[in-house]
Ligand binder design. Structure first.
Ligand SMILES: C[S@@+](CC[C@H](N)C(=O)[O-])C[C@H]1O[C@@H](n2cnc3c(N)ncnc32)[C@H](O)[C@@H]1O
Ligand SMILES: Nc1nc2[nH]cc(C(=O)O)c2c(=O)[nH]1
Ligand code: SF4
Ligand SMILES: [Mg+2]
Length: 222
């Protein structure tokens, strides 16, 4: 049985994505293969970050004890542990749960495509201001389904230009949800909306991180 390094687990409202505003139970895994300039959970990626080793069953039991049905696996990078497919299979077998996975766009999603009752993926496409764009695996786009999301976290207007190019070149609007989020406190939100109007970005959703509005932005466990 696999064990996973969990740095925190908590119940909150989901602050991001298509289920934003709904209750969710979060499992945050330690460590990441990328190092984005703006990462708000860099603490979880440090070698000396404290963690609890948990098995698939212990994670499942914790989730069920909370009584919360939306489950978000995040990190760090949850999919960098190849055994995570076992946990995903255990969670998705329980059709009472709605499983969502936050992933950074650098991990090949093909091995997860065949899972029964597939989870929904929110896959970032890291833009230039993250300093991680060269790590993006664009072959993942074709694996995404209607319930999945590509998320662009923009730090400046050049990032928005690039996001628009990627959306068009890969016809993402026909593939899945498309979200624009903003690097917290980094870019004028009015500029982002005006950009969306100017470029007729129909169907694209702008999302702000709700938990950073409700709580102090650096607070953990929310
Ligand atoms: C912390 S990451 C963990 C999952 C995975 N490693 C990833 O990058 O998608 C979860 C989400 O938070 C976003 N994020 C991280 N730092 C942020 C910041 N400063 N402002 C806005 N979003 C941020 C990431 O882009 C990602 O969409
Ligand atoms: N409330 C809340 N919602 C979230 N949605 C995605 C998160 C993440 O860190 O992946 C997150 C988070 O850290 N907190
Ligand atoms: S990929 Fe996600 S966890 Fe990793 S550094 Fe970037 S934002 Fe942070
Ligand atoms: Mg977060």
């Amino acid at each position: 049985m696999s064990k996973y390094k969990v740095v925190e687990k908590f119940v909150s409202i989901n602050g991001e994505g298509v289920l934003a505003g709904q209750l969710a139970v979060f499992i945050r895994f330690k460590g990441c293969n990328l190092n984005c300039s703006y990462c708000d959970t860099a603490w979880a990626n440090q070698k000396d970050a404290a963690y609890t080793l948990m098995s698939d069953q212990q994670i499942y039991n914790y989730i069920k004890e909370t009584g919360v049905k939306n489950v978000t696996l995040t990190g760090g990078e949850p999919l960098q542990n190849p055994n995570i497919i076992q946990l995903i299979q255990m969670l998705t077998k329980d059709t009472d749960l709605q499983v969502e996975i936050e992933t950074n766009g650098s991990i090949d999603l093909s091995m997860f495509a065949a899972i029964d009752h597939a989870p929904s993926f929110t896959m970032d496409y890291k833009l230039a201001s993250s300093m991680m764009e060269s790590e993006m695996l664009v072959t993942n786009f074709k694996l995404l389904k209607k319930k999945d999301t590509v998320k662009f976290v923009v730090g400046n207007l050049q990032d928005l230009d690039r996001a628009r190019d990627i959306i068009t070149a890969n016809q993402l609007m026909n593939q899945c949800h498309v979200y624009i989020s903003t690097v917290y406190n980094k870019i004028d939100l009015v500029d982002v909306v005006n950009y969306m109007i100017k470029h007729s970005m129909n169907g694209v959703t702008l999302q702000l991180q709700m938990h950073k509005i409700i709580w102090e932005p650096n607070q953990r466990g929310v």
